[in-house]
Write a protein that binds this ligand. Structure first.
Ligand SMILES: Nc1ncnc2c1ncn2[C@@H]1O[C@H](COP(=O)(O)OP(=O)(O)OP(=O)(O)O)[C@@H](O)[C@H]1O
Ligand SMILES: [Mg+2]
Length: 277
């Protein structure tokens, strides 16, 4: 059963002016392994509205990644349907499905999934090669995408020469370079320190402000509060669906952090921590 609280009940259907861009209808996923059946999803109904930032939260094993892979068309449900921008893709041929995915959906993963001995620019160009974009245009688009995530000065760096937070921002630039309308991010801050995590959430919020629909999968309530809506999964079922009051704005958090750092290391303090007169 889905519990909804007060105003939260309104969050599940999109406001009149907003379209539903992604929909799961009665999605189940069952894995049969060596005589053991795992019910990873129990019949999930979920509508994601255009330009919404949605967090999917739940404990380990609750089905978050399974749901993301299914609504991202990387995996098939056992039962149920997935509708992308009004089109039921459940019974599409693999090639058509790949075309919908490549055109409309971008992915960001916890472990970045960048090619290691490859520059940031080449990593971001990769999906444009698959899309058949000519070289000059793809270099221009990749550079612009990296500039938008604040990495215009790191184009020629290999992944291994970048910090975790920078690598994740390259991954976001790669996800967005084909201009998808939807980005699905699975634990995008999971491998990052808190400062880099804030930077990554700030970039995702910025793209969301520009109209990209974002679904962030996380087990972390602090990360989830950057979204405007949180769907909670437990044992493969949606158990809560709520609107976030006073959502966290990552840019504000970054300013607070910088102010804290500045006040924590006053110039008048010497190396031992003693304050000079
Ligand atoms: N390929 C698979 N074969 C068999 N069982 C699987 C497979 N993938 C996932 N499962 C099972 O499905 C359930 C949901 O897994 P899922 O990876 O979606 O959880 P999650 O919420 O993303 O967890 P985490 O927070 O640890 O990433 C788990 O019980 C898991 O063991
Ligand atoms: Mg997972």
């Amino acid at each position: 059963m889905v519990e909804r609280f007060g105003e939260a009940a309104k969050s599940t259907s999109c406001p009149e002016e907003a379209r539903v861009v992604l929909e799961a209808r009665g999605v189940t996923k069952r894995y049969d392994l060596e005589g053991i059946t795992v019910h990873a999803l129990c019949g999930v109904d979920l509508e994601v509205c255009e330009a919404q930032m949605l967090a999917v939260m739940g404990p380990s094993g609750s089905g978050k990644s399974t749901l993301m892979h299914i609504i991202g068309l990387l995996d098939h449900p056992t039962d149920g349907n997935v509708v992308v921008e009004g089109e039921d893709v459940s019974r599409m041929a693999p090639n058509d499905l790949a075309a919908v995915r490549n055109k409309r959906i971008g992915f960001v993963f916890q472990s970045f999934n960048l090619l290691p001995r490859t520059t940031a620019l080449s990593n971001v160009e990769l999906p444009l090669i698959y899309a058949g974009i000519p070289m000059l245009k793809r270099t221009k688009l990749a550079r612009e995408s990296l500039e938008r995530v604040g990495l215009g000065d790191r184009l020629g760096h290999f992944s291994s020469q970048l910090s975790g937070g920078q690598q994740q921002r390259v991954a976001i630039a790669r996800a967005l370079v084909t201009k998808p309308s939807i980005v699905l991010a699975d634990e995008p801050t999971g491998n990052l320190d808190s400062r880099s995590g804030i930077e990554v959430m700030s970039v995702l919020q910025e793209f969301n402000r520009q109209g990209v629909t974002i679904v962030v999968v996380t087990h972390d309530a602090v990360v989830a509060r950057h979204a405007e809506r949180i769907v909670h999964l437990k044992d493969g079922c949606v158990v809560h669906d709520e609107l976030v009051k006073d959502r966290t704005i990552a840019e504000d958090k970054m300013r607070e952090l910088e102010a804290e750092e500045a006040s924590g290391f006053p110039e008048s303090q010497d190396a031992s921590g003693a304050t000079r007169a």
